[in-house]
Design a protein around this ligand. Sequence first.
Ligand SMILES: NC(=O)c1ccc[n+]([C@@H]2O[C@H](COP(=O)([O-])OP(=O)(O)OC[C@H]3O[C@@H](n4cnc5c(N)ncnc54)[C@H](O)[C@@H]3O)[C@@H](O)[C@H]2O)c1
Length: 400
Amino acid sequence: MAKICILGGGFIGRFYASSLHGQRGRDRVTVVYARREETASRFAKDYDVPHFSTNMEESVAHPETEVVVIALPNNLHEEAVMLCVKHKKAVLCTKPLGRNAEEALRMTKACEEAGVFGGYLEDLCYTPKFLKSLTSVKAGQIGRILWAKSRETHPGPHSDWFWDKNMAGGGAILDLGCHCIEIARNFIGKDVKPVEVMCWADTQVKPIDAEDHAIGLVKYENGAIGQFEVSWTFRGGMDLRDEVMGTEGTIWINSFLRTGFEMFSTGKGDGNYIAEKAESTSGWLFPVGDETHELGYTNMFTDMFNAIEEGRSPQESFYDGYVVNAVIDAAYKSAKTKLWEPVVLPEWRGQTGLTKPSVFEEYDADHWFIKDEILPNGDIKVIVKKKESGEIVELVKLNV
Ligand SMILES: NC(=O)c1ccc[n+]([C@@H]2O[C@H](COP(=O)([O-])OP(=O)(O)OC[C@H]3O[C@@H](n4cnc5c(N)ncnc54)[C@H](O)[C@@H]3O)[C@@H](O)[C@H]2O)c1
């Protein structure tokens, strides 16, 4: 059993506590910190937490704290991580790790140098559909990954500080793009270097300084492309979808909005929470069976606590959070310059010098294969390239 201190008694802190105390889980939240006493005491009551406090350091240093879970606004992540380093407590931090790569790298290095475990709570890389897809990708069922696209759009976050660029560190790119970038990076290969980013970002609807909508392309050293689509202005709920395209296959994932569970209600009845960011409680609705599981929290904490016990790195570490922040920094730069901007990674632990692999497949001794297709009349066309001349021709096998 791990004794856990949660810093932050808000939206994600409560999801984390539900996940940690869910089913017959053996790990327990023993300490909770919140800025306001009423938040901390209500949280403690709801989740049966023996100690609550409005003093962050006291909570981290508490004798009943073994592992600290950071569920605080983005501008407090670094301060909280440094307290864990000071008091030598294993730390799990929500996304995004930092407001930028500099903050994230400082946190990563401080933990590593102090021998403190640093887990990056990137839940969407632990959803059941994501994990199954990643297994297929790693087994080669989709071939070489060419394009990985991830989309997170919803009508905007639920607390004031997200909308304040200084506290949050950015807008929809930082808040939602961090998930999408890490999803694509997992599919393409975490040891493949993200090299350049091209990004469009704009503030289309909300009266804020940060962007409320953005689309970005992340080029990887092996020629693969990642794509993120994020918005705080999307209407109709929370849209979480991924697409992976490889030389041998395709994966489409819809993780939340349309998962095969559809309900109609006139709006009558008690208890009208449908799902995160659902905009309506009447009409046709799209509830989610078990949100903590479908959003990956359960698998995520299982991996984190197993990793602590086994003395290994978790699937998502602080280093991963730092790489994601570096991609985001490049995206912000590109949105301003309207140019491909390099991903600045002063610390890179993956492969280097990769190039795009050859795509040539032999048809016979004289031809490279391009494609074949069965036509409506049953004929088969084979399109090939002559090795010697480079001429492209089609060979037809008649269905007569
Ligand atoms: N899917 C996910 O992984 C996911 C989802 C939502 C939020 N998050 C992340 O979790 C963190 C917290 O987000 P949230 O949605 O729980 O926010 P929230 O506003 O609901 O809760 C934040 C909590 O932090 C505490 N706090 C301490 N000092 C504060 C301050 N100065 N201002 C405001 N709150 C303060 C309070 O207890 C507050 O309840 C953010 O980093 C966010 O990006 C992650």
